[in-house]
Structures are given as structure tokens and as C-alpha cells.
Design a protein around this ligand. Structure first.
Ligand SMILES: Cc1cc2nc3c(=O)[nH]c(=O)nc-3n(C[C@H](O)[C@H](O)[C@H](O)COP(=O)(O)OP(=O)(O)OC[C@H]3O[C@@H](n4cnc5c(N)ncnc54)[C@H](O)[C@@H]3O)c2cc1C
Ligand SMILES: NC(=O)c1ccc[n+]([C@@H]2O[C@H](COP(=O)([O-])OP(=O)(O)OC[C@H]3O[C@@H](n4cnc5c(N)ncnc54)[C@H](O)[C@@H]3O)[C@@H](O)[C@H]2O)c1
Length: 455
């Protein structure tokens, strides 16, 4: 039986980063990955990178306009180019692992006990021994129990949707979360007619209410229909389309769509791991149970990324690897409690970026606050970019002048939000951002005006 100092299960962001760091120090490291199409993990193959490539292509296509045939041709080309991009990145990730001295092993991993892992691929099945083990198996789409959902040929997940070469004329999206809204935005720009079905009664309920209202208005102005408190009863194929039967307060009706995207959340990938054999505990919600140092119930086994049931972002998996690395190679002080603010962006057009508290959250915590709002149309760079839609809002603590939250529904906000995160982490008072010199014309300079409106 081959023995390793470190075995990573899953070729995710956390694994590949940690594996490289350990291997470069002469440690004996293996990554086990179940699919050769997933070398490098979810992000580069079927998630962040391909979706953001399509997001960009969709905006370019929208600007080009033209007939439905031209739009469909551009869409098809974008899907093909996306495939090339992911193949290139996959190969690059594989080669990087190898060149760092990491053994990349193809096969599905399952625990036999707390150190021995059974690896099974199409050719063989064998056992490896790991002194230290890291679970980084990610998450998979949750598919709700809806009649006909599995049988329909027109139902997709985010992953399979990005392999669809024909631009759907009508797209129905089940779920109005990150994936649902992003795909709604891309496919609208490509030229599809999009309807989002949401089970709840509020639009992006975790977001600041005022900003959510502006985003909602923007999406509906772009022609996206959003149905609330609506249940999908069944899906049935008919004449090259899916017939989606829905029910809400208005009664029952059907929607016809060439494609139906299921975007109802992603659940940790633990099923095939046989965690019980290793004595690794699982949470009630089916994630690997970890403490703030990402240690599982077994002292030599850690978990990183989506499988821990926390925030599902690539940069969280990356930061998880820093937390584990700090225990293995550093002073062990880094933890999920001191990693700082976690910003995020929903890649709409314009993007919605956020860090920190909403106004309501700040008030509920009993904070005395000051707020400021700036319409994006007032920002010169937004006019230059011909993207004047949106709104920026910040929340500042009355007594300390600390920034508590920022909600930027604005072009290029995915860059700007990281600057505000830095200020928040470093306890920099809002006046510093207000009075800073920024290059012109940029979206950053809007911080002069935005924070200048705090009184
Ligand atoms: C459509 C979409 C768009 C997204 N966009 C963004 C974005 O813009 N920005 C962002 O930060 N995040 C985004 N995310 C989230 C991001 O992709 C994930 O949070 C991130 O990829 C999780 O990485 P990870 O390290 O947890 O594991 P993953 O990268 O998911 O890697 C897990 C790996 O484990 C393998 N595996 C599973 N089980 C086994 C087993 N038993 N044996 C061996 N191997 C196994 C899997 O095949 C997989 O390759 C997006 C997600 C989706 C679905
Ligand atoms: N830009 C980014 O960083 C980015 C982009 C895409 C995805 N992601 C990550 O991927 C994860 C998964 O995204 P997601 O959109 O699948 O999940 P999500 O949890 O963000 O949203 C799921 C939505 O589906 C709704 N829903 C659930 N069941 C339903 C049903 N039967 N009918 C109608 N609506 C239903 C929920 O109310 C919710 O609004 C996110 O948590 C996010 O972290 C990140």
C-alpha cells in the first residue's frame, strides 16, 4: 500500500493550493480526483471561469445586436470558446500539480478507516494510506423532487446548460439565487426570453432592501419575468420544448420553454466518501463538521471549501487552505473567525457587489448608523462605459466612523468592493476613502462622492 504524508480528496481550490505548498517543502503529497474532466476543480471547469467568460461574451453579443440567427451563432461560438478555455485551464492545473511534485491520482475516494482510502477508477481499485487527509470534494446541484424533472430532456443544471449549443428562445429558471440570477442575466443578453420561478415571496431576501429593489427593477426592465411564491408542479416534454406546470396565488398555468435551468442550491459532496468509516462527523445539513480551524472530528483530517457547508466561493476554499496551512507550516493562528470580511459579487449586468451588513442588519444589531446612497448615473466613468444603471449604498457606524456595509449595484463594482473590504478589515474610517486621491475617470473615484454624502 502506497503511503503519503498528505492526501487531498478532490482537486478543488483548497487542495491544489495546499498540495503545492506542501510538496514544494518536500512533503509526499497526493490529490485524488474522481474525474479527469474536473482536474483543477469546479471553478475552472464548470463554474466561475466558464460562467464569467459567458457573462462577458453575452454583454458583447448584446452590444452587437442583430437578428436572432446572429445572436444564436454568437452564443454557439461562445460555448465552443468556453470549452477551449476550460480545457486549457484544466491541463494547466494538472501540469502545475505534477511539476510541483504532487501525485495526481484519478479515481473516486472512499474512506476504509481514518487513514486508509479506497480509490476506484475504471481500470482498477486500490488503497492508499494518508498520514494527514484533507476533504475538498465540493458541492453538487440539489435537484428538487418535481414530477418529470429527471425524465425531461430540456432540464439542465448550470454545468450541463453551459454545454447547450443552441440558444434557447425561452428559458425557465427554477431558483432565484446566485446561479439563477446570473444565468438569467447572461441568457437575456444573449437573446433568450427568461422567466425565473422563485418559491419564496421576496427577491434576494438576504440583500439590503433598497438595493434589492433597484436590482429587481433593473432585471424586470431588461425583460426578465420573476414569479414569486410559485411552485413547479411538473415538467413534461412536448414538441421540442418543456411544459412547466406552475401554481401560485393566481392559480395554475403552464410555461413553455426550450430549456429549464434548475438552480435551487448546491449541497456538499459527501455521499460516496463513507465518512463514518473514518469517524468524521457530519452536520445536520449534510456537510463535513469542522471547527474554526477546519479540523474535523478526527485530529489528522481537515475539510476545506464547499464541503464544509459554509459560504460557497472559490476564494473561501482558497482561504480555507490558508487556515490549514497556518496549522501545518505556520503559527496556527488563522481561522474562519479572523479571516476578515467576505465580499461577494453576483455577476449581473451591472454586477451587484456586497460586503458587510445591510442597513436592517446593522439596526437589528443595535448600531447607530449613518447611510449614504449614490445613483450610478452620477458617476462619470459609468457614463463613459455607457452603463449608468444602478445604485451604491454604504452604512457607517455613527460613533466610530467605521464602515459596516457596502452594497454596490454598479458597473465594475466587483473591483471596487475589494477596496472597501480592505478598509473595513483595517478599521480605516470612511473619511479616508472619502478624501483619498483616485485616478480619473474610474469607478473608484465615486467613493469621494459616495462617502462625501455621509453627514
Ligand atoms: C455556476 C457556478 C458559478 C459560480 N461562480 C462563482 C464565482 O464567480 N466566484 C466564486 O468565487 N465562486 C463561484 N462559484 C462557487 C465555486 O465554484 C465553488 O465555491 C468552488 O468551486 C468550490 O471549490 P472547492 O474547493 O470546495 O471544491 P471543488 O472545486 O468543487 O472541487 C471538488 C472536487 O472534488 C471532486 N470529488 C468529489 N467527490 C470526490 C470523491 N469521492 N473522490 C474524488 N474526487 C471527488 C470533484 O469532482 C471536484 O473536482 C460558482 C459555482 C457555480 C456552480
Ligand atoms: N458570483 C458568485 O460568486 C457565484 C455565482 C454562482 C454561484 N455561486 C455559488 O453557488 C451556490 C449555489 O447557487 P444557487 O443559486 O444554486 O443557490 P442559492 O442558494 O443561492 O439559491 C437557490 C434559490 O433557489 C430557491 N429555490 C429552492 N428550491 C426551489 C424550488 N423548488 N422552486 C423555486 N425556487 C427554489 C431558493 O429559495 C433560493 O432563492 C451559491 O451559494 C453561491 O455561493 C457563486
Amino acid at each position: 500500500m502506497k503511503k503519503y504524508d498528505h492526501i487531498m480528496i478532490g482537486f478543488g481550490k483548497g487542495s491544489k493550493t495546499l498540495a503545492g505548498a506542501l510538496a514544494s517543502r518536500g512533503e509526499n503529497v497526493a490529490i485524488i480526483e474522481k474525474s479527469e474532466k474536473m482536474f483543477g476543480g469546479t471553478c475552472i471547469n464548470v463554474a466561475c471561469i466558464p460562467t464569467k467568460f459567458l457573462e462577458n461574451q453575452a454583454r458583447i453579443s448584446k452590444q452587437s445586436g442583430g437578428s436572432q440567427e446572429e445572436k444564436s451563432a454568437r452564443y454557439k461560438k461562445a460555448i465552443q470558446d468556453k470549452r477551449e478555455l476550460t480545457a486549457r485551464l484544466r491541463e494547466k492545473n494538472y501540469q502545475k500539480g505534477i511539476s510541483q511534485g504532487v501525485d495526481v491520482i484519478l479515481g473516486k475516494a472512499a474512506f476504509l478507516d481514518s487513514h486508509q482510502i479506497q480509490v476506484t477508477n475504471q481500470q482498477e481499485s486500490f488503497v492508499l494510506y494518508g498520514e494527514h487527509i484533507y476533504i475538498n470534494t465540493g458541492a453538487a446541484p440539489f435537484i428538487p423532487e418535481i414530477e418529470g424533472i429527471k425524465a425531461s430532456e430540456h432540464v439542465y443544471t448550470s454545468e450541463t446548460m453551459m454545454e447547450l449549443e443552441e440558444l434557447p428562445k425561452e428559458l425557465v429558471i427554477i431558483g432565484g439565487g446566485y446561479i439563477g440570477l446570473e444565468f438569467a442575466s447572461y441568457y437575456t443578453n444573449f437573446g433568450s426570453k427568461v422567466t425565473i420561478i422563485q418559491d419564496g415571496n421576496r427577491f434576494i431576501p438576504r440583500e439590503d432592501e433598497e438595493i434589492a429593489q433597484v436590482v429587481y427593477q433593473n432585471l424586470t426592465d431588461r425583460g426578465i419575468d420573476i414569479l414569486f411564491e410559485t411552485q413547479v408542479q411538473s415538467i413534461a416534454d412536448e414538441g421540442g420544448s418543456a411544459i412547466v406546470s406552475i401554481r401560485n396565488k393566481q392559480g395554475e398555468t403552464t410555461l413553455r420553454a426550450e430549456a429549464v435551468l434548475v438552480a435551487t442550491g448546491r449541497r456538499p459532496n459527501i455521499k460516496s466518501l463513507n465518512l463514518a468509516n473514518a469517524g468524521v462527523e457530519v452536520t445536520e445539513r449534510g456537510a463535513v463538521s469542522v471547527n474554526e480551524y477546519l479540523q474535523t472530528s478526527m485530529p489528522h483530517i481537515w475539510a476545506m471549501g464547499d464541503v464544509t457547508g459554509g459560504l460557497q466561493f472559490t476564494y473561501i476554499s482558497l482561504d480555507d487552505s490558508r487556515i490549514v496551512k497556518s496549522q501545518l507550516l505556520g503559527d496556527g493562528s488563522r481561522s474562519t473567525k479572523n479571516r476578515g470580511e467576505v465580499p461577494y459579487t453576483v455577476f449581473l449586468d451591472p454586477p451587484l457587489s456586497r460586503v458587510g451588513l445591510t442597513e436592517k442588519q446593522a439596526l437589528d444589531k443595535g448600531c447607530a448608523i449613518k447611510t449614504a446612497k449614490l445613483p450610478v448615473m452620477a458617476i462619470p466613468k459609468a457614463q463613459v462605459l455607457q452603463k449608468p444603471e444602478g445604485m451604491m449604498k454604504v452604512i457607517v457606524e455613527q460613533d466610530t466612523d467605521r464602515i459596516l456595509g457596502a452594497h454596490l449595484f454598479a458597473v465594475e463594482s466587483y473591483e471596487l468592493i475589494n477596496l472597501i473590504k480592505l478598509a473595513m478589515d483595517q478599521n480605516i474610517p470612511y473619511q479616508v476613502l472619502r478624501d483619498s486621491i483616485y485616478t480619473h475617470p474610474t469607478m473608484s473615484e465615486s467613493l469621494n462622492d459616495l462617502f462625501g454624502m455621509i453627514s
